[in-house]
Design a protein around this ligand. Structure first.
Ligand SMILES: C=C(O[C@@H]1C=C(C(=O)O)C=C[C@H]1O)C(=O)O
Length: 363
C-alpha cells in the first residue's frame, strides 16, 4: 500500500495494536478477579465448587443484552465464553468426560458449553460417562439426550434411574452431517458407516443419492470416520471436525434431511445448579397404578402455572409394564411456584426424583 491509503491503513493498524494491548490488560485484570474469587471460595470452604453454571449463564446473558454491535450477540457471547473458560481454568482445571471418541458432536457440545480451557476426556459409552463422574474421576460429563428429528436417546434417560448425579446444564447444538470418504466421487462409495441416529437423520438424502450403497450402523460417527479412513469404497456420515481429524474429503456437505436438525445434550455433575433467573428443571416421576393417575401427575403444574416442556415415558425396569415419566418443566426447583407444584406432585406420585435444575442453554 502506498500514498494516503497506506498511511490510513497503518494508522488503523496502530490503533488496533493499542486496542489489543488494552484488551489484554483488561482480560488480565479480569483473570486477577477470578483468582481473587477462588481465594475467597477456598477460604470459606476447603472443598469449594469453583464452577458456577448459574453465574456463567448470567454473565453470558448480560453480555448478549449489552452488546453494542457490530458483532452479533451470539458471536460476542462466544468470545466471552472463552474468556470465562480461561479465567475458570486459573481457579481449577476441569476435566469433562464425554461420549467419545475424539471428534464427536458430544465433544463439540462439551467445548461449546465449557469453552476450550477444559480437559475433555473421551469415553466409549454413555454409561462410562456417568461412571467417570460418579467415581469423581471427571468433574462433569456431557451426554446426548434428544434430537429434534429422531427423538430421545433412551440410554441416557434410563441411566438417570440409578444415578446419584444431577443435571447442571443443557447444551443445544445445530447438527450438520457431511458425507466423508477417502474416495473423490460419490459413484465410488459402496458402504456408508454412521451412528444409527445419523443414518436416520439423512435417510431421504441417502435414498435419493446413494440408494445402492450399504448402510452400516456403528457406535459413533467418529468411529465411522475412522473406518472410512481405512477402507477403500467406504464413506462415513460425520461432522466437519471428524473430516479434519481423520483426513477425509467432504463428498457432500449438509446432507441432513431437516435443516434445523438440533441435538440437545445434558451436563451431569455432583450437584444441580443454583437459580439463574431463567432455568429448567428435569424430573423423573412414577405414577401410582390407578385410573386417572397421569392426569393427577400433570395437574399440579397446570394449577401452579408451571409449563411442561417435555414428557417421555420409559419402562421402569423394576416391574413389567410399569412406566416412569421424564419431565422437563420451566423454572428452578427453588422458585416458589415450582416448589409448590413439586410438593403437590409428591402427594400424587409414587416417586418424584428431581434430576436437576439448571440454566436454559444460552449459546
Ligand atoms: C469467577 C467465578 O468463578 C468461575 C468463573 C467465572 C467467570 O470467569 O466469570 C464465573 C463463574 C465461575 O464458573 C465466580 O464464581 O464468579
Amino acid at each position: 500500500m502506498s500514498g494516503q491509503d497506506g498511511e490510513t491503513l497503518d494508522g488503523i493498524r496502530r490503533r488496533i495494536d493499542a486496542l489489543d494491548d488494552e484488551i489484554m490488560r483488561l482480560i488480565s485484570e479480569r483473570a486477577d478477579c477470578a483468582q481473587e474469587v477462588a481465594r475467597i471460595k477456598r477460604a470459606a470452604d476447603a472443598r469449594a465448587e469453583f464452577y458456577r453454571p448459574e453465574r456463567e449463564a448470567q454473565v453470558l446473558r448480560r453480555i448478549q443484552a449489552a452488546n453494542p454491535g457490530p458483532l452479533n450477540s451470539e458471536e460476542m457471547a462466544r468470545l466471552f465464553r472463552e474468556i470465562m473458560s480461561a479465567c475458570l481454568a486459573l481457579e481449577q482445571q476441569l476435566s469433562i468426560a464425554f461420549l467419545g471418541p475424539e471428534g464427536t458432536f458430544t465433544q463439540a457440545a462439551a467445548l461449546k458449553h465449557f469453552g476450550h480451557s477444559v480437559n475433555t476426556v473421551p469415553m466409549n459409552a454413555i454409561d462410562e460417562v456417568f461412571r467417570e463422574v460418579e467415581s469423581g474421576s471427571a468433574h462433569y460429563g456431557v451426554v446426548p439426550v434428544e434430537n429434534s428429528t429422531e427423538g430421545v436417546v433412551t440410554h441416557t434417560l434410563d441411566r438417570f434411574m440409578q444415578s446419584p448425579l444431577s443435571i447442571c446444564g443443557e447444551v443445544e447444538l445445530r447438527i450438520h452431517h457431511h458425507l466423508l470418504s477417502t474416495a473423490d466421487a460419490l459413484s465410488r462409495v459402496e458402504r456408508i458407516y454412521s451412528h444409527q441416529q445419523s443414518l436416520a437423520q439423512c435417510r431421504e438424502w441417502l435414498d435419493a443419492r446413494l440408494p445402492h450403497a450399504e448402510r452400516l450402523s456403528v457406535s459413533s460417527n467418529a468411529d465411522a470416520a475412522r473406518r472410512a479412513s481405512r477402507e477403500p469404497g467406504a464413506a462415513a456420515i460425520a461432522s466437519e471436525a471428524a473430516a479434519e481429524l481423520y483426513g477425509l474429503n467432504v463428498l457432500a456437505a449438509n446432507i441432513e434431511d431437516s435443516p434445523d436438525n438440533t441435538t440437545r445434550f445434558l451436563v451431569i455433575g455432583p450437584r444441580s445448579s443454583g437459580p439463574s433467573g431463567n432455568d429448567k428443571t428435569s424430573l423423573l416421576v412414577s405414577a401410582r397404578n390407578r385410573p386417572g393417575s397421569l392426569h393427577g401427575l400433570l395437574s399440579p403444574f397446570a394449577d401452579n402455572d408451571v409449563s411442561l416442556t417435555r414428557i417421555e415415558s420409559r419402562p421402569s425396569h423394576c416391574v413389567n409394564w410399569e412406566y416412569v415419566f421424564f419431565m422437563d418443566i420451566e423454572g428452578h426447583a427453588q422458585d416458589a411456584h415450582v416448589a409448590k407444584a413439586l410438593r403437590e406432585l409428591k402427594q400424587e406420585a409414587e416417586l418424584v426424583k428431581v434430576l436437576g435444575s439448571y440454566p436454559k442453554a444460552v449459546l
